[in-house]
Design a protein around this ligand. Structure first.
Ligand SMILES: Cc1ncc(COP(=O)(O)O)c(C=O)c1O
Length: 397
């Protein structure tokens, strides 16, 4: 029999897709969360890879409050100092060269915009009829109808058919398929370097190279969806750097504004110079509060040693998971990289394990059907990583 949890809200006033009961979280500090009944949780989920700097940050709270008092919103008929500052910070960062940034509110919107920019570029450089899109099996790019069309999962797509025509699904990491599916009629190719929702599969450097070459050859815009992998998560600032992918466009979202809704599409000048006034837009995207907070997040992530520390933490997590795999028959292949890692779980439903972890004070995630995904805040310590892995081990015993 299920024990009653006093922090669980039932009879939810939300649409049914979120289930029938949810744990009510009230606060957080560092990498620890607390529910309304006072129980503490070590956070290996990070609000689904969002809370890179953890919880209870005085600096982010201060920036948000100060900006709220100055100017809360003004629309894209104007701009603000924080939006200009953030965009300039982003464009100044290498190794890729971008010409401009479009700010949106979520990952799906960023990808939606990126697909539209790819189509605009194809229309204006090659003419009508060059509008096809290519995505990869097990990809996740979002839930608006355009990005959903590039998220080839029956569970997400089937109830919403018909979706966008002209989208081909290529096998991930299969170089032979690229030549067949990416031709002159393709406007854009969208891809993740680690499939965050699709089982934490990694792009191989050989595949990245082949993708760069093929897209360049046919003039297709290569879009790296770095909504989950971007901003240090996988041990390089952009995940693309880690595998040698050379995207024309990068989309970012989750960790960008410390938990506030903000996304960004980094666009090359060759695309930007073909865009006409009014062809795309948003009311809230790039507002002064979200961009002010994001500028602070960007500065923290860019501080000397931050990235190296994440890399060290990723190696520590891998070593702990290797140890656990050696001791537990139910741990299959290890997946992912940096602080986006996980393992195949062969002891039953991942959901059941996640429920047990939650009961034991650890929050984690699923990826694909059988992978336990760990995406803690990037400010976690080695001691906390070890502690979390021990909780997982206990829950499996
Ligand atoms: C790689 C990737 N792209 C896009 C999205 C969609 O982002 P959002 O939920 O902010 O719309 C996600 C969300 O999990 C993601 O992981």
């Amino acid at each position: 029999m299920k024990t009653h949890n006093p922090a669980m809200a039932t009879d939810l006033p939300f649409p049914r897709q979120y289930g029938t009961e949810l744990l009510v979280i009230s606060r957080g500090k560092g990498v620890w969360l607390q529910d309304v009944a006072g129980k503490k949780y070590l956070d290996f989920a990070g609000g689904i890879a969002v809370n890179a700097l953890g919880y209870g940050r005085a600096d982010l709270a201060r920036v948000a409050a100060q900006q709220m008092r100055k100017i809360n919103h003004i629309s894209n008929l104007f701009t603000t100092e924080p939006a200009l500052k953030l965009a300039r910070l982003m464009l100044a960062r290498g190794p890729f060269k971008f010409g401009s940034v479009f700010f949106g509110n979520s990952g799906t919107e960023a990808n939606e915009a990126a697909l539209k920019y790819a189509r605009l570029y194809a229309l204006r450089t090659k003419g009508p009829g060059h509008d096809r899109l290519v995505c990869f099996d097990n990809a996740f790019h979002g839930r608006t109808l355009g990005s959903l069309s590039c998220t080839p999962s029956a569970k997400y797509q089937e109830p919403f058919q018909p979706l966008l025509p002209g989208v081909s699904v290529a096998p991930y990491n299969d170089m032979a398929a690229l030549e067949k599916l990416i031709d002159d009629k393709v406007a854009g190719v969208i891809v993740e370097v680690v499939q965050g929702e699709g089982g934490l599969r990694l792009m191989t450097p050989e595949f990245a190279r082949a993708l760069n070459e093929r897209c360049r050859k046919v003039g297709a815009i290569l879009i790296a969806d770095e909504v989950q992998t971007g901003l240090c998560r996988t041990g390089t600032f952009y995940g693309s750097e880690g595998v040698g992918l050379e995207p024309d466009i990068i989309t970012l979202a989750k960790p960008l504004a410390g938990g506030l809704p903000l996304s960004a599409v980094l666009i090359p000048e060759k695309v930007n110079c073909l865009v006409h006034a009014g062809e795309h837009g948003t009311t809230f995207g790039g507002g002064p509060v979200t961009t002010a907070v994001a500028a602070r997040v960007w500065e923290v992530l860019s501080q000397p040693g931050f990235l190296e520390n994440v890399r060290g933490l990723g190696e520590h997590l891998r070593a702990e998971l290797e140890g656990m795999k050696g001791r537990h028959a139910n741990v299959g292949a290890l997946r992912g990289k940096g602080l986006l890692q996980g393992f195949e779980y062969t002891g039953g439903e991942v959901k059941d394990l996640l429920d047990r972890l939650q009961a034991q004070g650890l929050l984690a995630l699923r990826s694909g059907t059988n992978v336990v995904r760990l995406a803690p805040p990037l400010v976690i310590s080695k001691v906390e990583i070890t502690r979390g892995v021990h909780i997982i081990e206990d829950a499996m015993s």
